[in-house]
Design a protein around this ligand. Structure first.
Ligand code: FES
Ligand code: FE2
Length: 395
């Protein structure tokens, strides 16, 4: 249980809030690159409570700016893309990618006013079919982490965009360390619906553990029954991602706050080649799939898929769940551990320090692999020790 004040501190993400400042220290995926590759190379976005416009320049560079023009507030989404920047459609002020105002067509010749005007702007990088943005202090900007799922060469990637979640980002993230929810929400639910896909989760859970490591928290389950198994582990990657090993697939999910009450989940799934050989897949060729709503025509959760089941659990707790009325049990110790980690990292940022799990060394960022069966000592930026989990038992 949290006090209302503690709940606010962990959930609010706008500029200037403690959690908003912590989350801004990390690159966040903001949209599939393919969305800007067509006829309309501009898109409006809301990220961490900020209204922004992202755009692709004619030379394929990307820009991300506050949507409202510094002059008199018109939306830059309707602006003109030129070779050196974005020109507002209202009075033609033009901004470079770093936000510096380059032109004010109706100011007197020789005016230096434009030198004092800067549109808030953020850096954007493309990786694995997604655009990543960094909304934090420029002098603190880390590297975009090259997680194995995003860059390993022995297979193909697909980007999945989930329907917008009408819930605060912490709800799906706490679920990332909620190990036992899978039995009823997925395993039993699928069984009751006559769907075999949840059988993996219907095994008795004998034990589960959580291990902090330098990228976040590894959770592991040990199953009994006819198909006993100790999982290699699902790392929560601090602060708002989840690494999922699923049979021959490996996925990475980010839970990106749109604002305090809505969250966009992006997912990159990696599928290895049959023989482990390298596969050519240009970034532009990575397919993008948009998951269905998971809702019935009557506005109920259809509960037929894992995402629909999870969405029900996240959203029905309320847009910003009031944790002052929760009753955490012993089985919720992963959630307690994650909150402790969040609090510690909030305090570090508030004291002017550098939070955990940032990547700054290019040499260690060629490919960041996990060997989750061995915990903390085993993560390494090296090409060995990869794991594969047992496939679910055949139905
Ligand atoms: S409002 Fe953008 S140029 Fe005037
Ligand atoms: Fe789930």
């Amino acid at each position: 249980m949290l006090t209302r004040e503690e709940n606010e501190r962990l959930t609010r993400v706008g500029p200037g809030t403690p959690m908003g400042e912590l989350l801004r220290r990390y690159w966040q995926p903001i949209c599939p690159a393919a969305e800007l590759a067509g006829e309309k190379p501009l898109k409006r976005l809301r990220i961490l409570g900020e209204d922004l416009v992202v755009f692709r320049m004619p030379d394929a560079r990307y820009g991300l700016m506050q949507e409202r023009c510094q002059h008199r507030g018109a939306s830059l989404y309707y602006g003109f893309l030129e070779s050196d920047g974005l020109r507002c459609a209202y009075h033609g002020w033009k901004y470079a990618l770093d936000g510096q105002c380059l032109e004010q067509p109706f100011e007197p010749a020789g005016s230096h006013f434009k030198e004092r005007v800067c549109q808030p702007a953020y850096p954007v990088e493309q990786l694995a079919g997604l655009l990543f943005a960094y909304l934090g202090p420029p002098e603190r900007k880390p590297l975009v982490p090259r997680w194995d799922v995003l860059v390993r060469p022995d297979g193909c990637r697909t980007v999945f965009v989930h329907p917008v979640l009408e819930a605060n980002w912490l709800q799906p993230m706490e679920n990332a360390v909620d190990t036992v929810h899978t039995y009823f929400l997925h395993g039993h639910m699928m069984k009751m619906k006559g769907i075999s896909a949840g059988e993996y989760y219907l095994r008795p859970i004998l034990n589960y553990e959580f291990e902090p490591f330098e990228w976040g928290i590894i959770k592991r389950r040990t199953y009994g029954g006819e198909h006993p198994e100790t999982e290699a582990g699902h790392p929560l990657i601090f602060p708002n991602a989840l690494r999922v090993p699923t049979g021959p697939f490996h996925a990475l999910h980010w839970r990106v706050p749109i604002d305090d009450a809505r969250t966009q989940i992006f997912e990159v799934e990696f599928s290895g080649s049959d023989d482990g050989s390298e596969v050519e897949q240009a970034d532009e060729a990575i397919p993008v799939e948009y998951l269905p709503s998971g809702m019935t025509e009557d506005g109920e959760y259809d509960m037929l898929t894992f995402p629909s089941q999870d969405k029900m659990a996240y959203e029905t707790a309320g847009a910003i769940y009031d944790r002052s009325v929760e009753h955490l049990g012993a089985s919720d110790r992963g959630i307690a551990l994650y909150r402790k980690m969040l609090r510690e990292q909030l305090a570090i940022v508030e004291a002017g320090g550098e939070p955990m799990a940032l990547v700054r060394d290019p040499a260690a960022n060629t490919i960041i692999r996990f060997n989750t069966s061995q915990g903390q000592a085993a993560w390494a930026a090296q090409a060995s020790g990869y794991y594969e989990r047992q496939a679910p038992p055949a139905s």
